[in-house]
Design a protein around this ligand. Structure first.
Ligand SMILES: NC(=O)c1ccc[n+]([C@@H]2O[C@H](COP(=O)([O-])OP(=O)(O)OC[C@H]3O[C@@H](n4cnc5c(N)ncnc54)[C@H](O)[C@@H]3O)[C@@H](O)[C@H]2O)c1
Length: 384
């Protein structure tokens, strides 16, 4: 059985999470680490016992000949780094969101196709332990026929939450609903519908955004509709970020690594049958619960190994991530023009930049990268 050789570019939070998963999976071997900051390289290298440490990614690739290179860096670097790695003819794993607009997404998919290589995007929740329990329950008919899906955000400013957390949520919704055909959205800032002046540079290098509060409805192929909620509130609360599947005979509920089943379609708090039953998360056979890697990151690696063995795409492929970006861009466009948007859109330009251009405006001004400072600057703009 082939052991896949793996290199990692970026050794901070997400790089550490990825390294732990590739280090402990029996079918992958970490062969090289790369970071611009020596201290991070050494901390992670010492933890996972990798002595091949580099500050230049091309050098890492030349010296260690990896099959897969993971790119857990800030989002603004994803496009350029993916392109550089693909140019070497190597499979890519990149953190979410894959990139920040559709022209970049199209170019990445084209480059991967040209090189005959795969892109997997780290939407680990979709292939994770709780999601597998949800999928198993759905396939077993525990909620009858799926009717609609609701996902919520943890309180980030709406447009930023969409790019940051919505990328996971939309990908999760695609798993059950199938491809998304149309979107319709409302986005408000300071109590009014967004205007071109409310188009902003996102924090965290996540491109161009708008909307303090966003509510979007999605229509999926499998006769399923969905609602996506991205409302700004403080403090950020991860408990607010959930997915609910509503079926003809029951409901399924996911929150990070937990899943529940309600054996009735309508929840009434004081009702006689209002018992949510916990579903048991499903772990890979060889996953040790004492493992430093999270089960979902481990599952993500496991799925990549299987996909490469079988010559197919990862369930969280680059193409699926591009479709996620189509949905996100469709939401911005729909909110801007108060229109329903059919997907995939023909015009691949960022719809908010196009909107500003049509209003005689250029790209929005630079904003702080850190979310807290960014929010302070935005509240100042809004006179709060
Ligand atoms: N999947 C998830 O659950 C999840 C959770 C949080 C964040 N993220 C995503 O992870 C990404 C950020 O990850 P992070 O917080 O670990 O990033 P970070 O920016 O804190 O760290 C990235 C590291 O990459 C290094 N780096 C950047 N460019 C490099 C280059 N050219 N060559 C070598 N090293 C380079 C930096 O020095 C830094 O150490 C974002 O895209 C974010 O959306 C995903």
């Amino acid at each position: 059985m082939k052991i896949y050789r793996v290199g990692i570019i970026g050794c901070r939070g997400r790089g550490t999470a990825a390294a732990r998963a590739y280090h402990t999976h029996p079918r992958t071997e970490l062969v090289g680490l790369c970071d611009l900051i020596g201290e991070r390289l050494n901390t992670l290298g010492d933890e996972v016992g990798v002595s091949a440490r580099f500050t230049d990614l091309d050098e890492m690739i030349r010296q260690t000949a990896p099959d897969i290179v993971a790119i857990p860096t800030g989002t603004e670097f994803h496009y350029d780094l993916c392109m550089r790695v693909l140019e070497h003819g190597i499979h890519v794993e990149v953190e979410k969101p894959m990139c920040t607009d559709l022209t970049q997404a199209d170019a990445l998919i084209a480059k991967a196709q040209e090189k005959g290589r795969r892109i997997a995007v780290h939407h680990q929740g979709r292939v994770g332990a709780a999601m597998r329990a949800i999928e198993q329950a759905l396939v077993a008919g525990k909620i009858g026929e799926l009717r609609y899906i609701v996902t919520t955000n943890k309180g980030y400013y709406g447009g930023y939450g969409l790019m940051n957390i919505g990328t996971h949520k939309i990908n999760d919704m695609l798993k059950f609903g199938g491809p998304c055909r149309t979107v319709a959205a409302h986005a408000t800032t300071n109590g009014h519908s967004i205007t071109p002046d409310d188009v902003l540079q996102a924090p965290g290098g996540m491109g161009t955004i708008a909307g303090e509060h966003i509510t979007a409805t999605l229509q999926f192929d499998r006769n399923v509709t969905g609602t996506l909620l991205h409302n700004q509130f403080e403090p950020i609360n991860v408990a607010a970020s959930v997915m609910e599947l509503y079926g003809s005979e029951g409901q399924l509920f996911r929150h990070i690594d937990s899943a529940w089943w309600l054996p009735q379609p309508h929840f009434i708090p004081a009702g006689a049958h209002d018992r949510w039953e916990a579903l048991t998360p499903i772990y890979p056979e060889h996953y040790d619960r004492k493992n430093a890697a999270s089960p979902d990151d481990y599952w993500f690696v496991d799925e990549y190994v299987r996909a490469l063995d079988e010559g197919r795409e990862h369930e969280c492929s680059g193409s699926e991530a591009r479709h996620v970006i189509e949905v996100m861009m469709g939401i911005f466009e729909s909110a801007a023009h108060a229109n329903r948007i059919d997907l995939p859109q023909e015009n691949r330009e960022h719809p908010l930049l196009r909107w500003r251009k049509e209003s005689g405006l250029g790209a929005p001004d630079a904003m702080p990268r850190a979310y807290g400072e960014w929010l302070t600057a935005e509240f100042r703009r809004l006179g709060r």
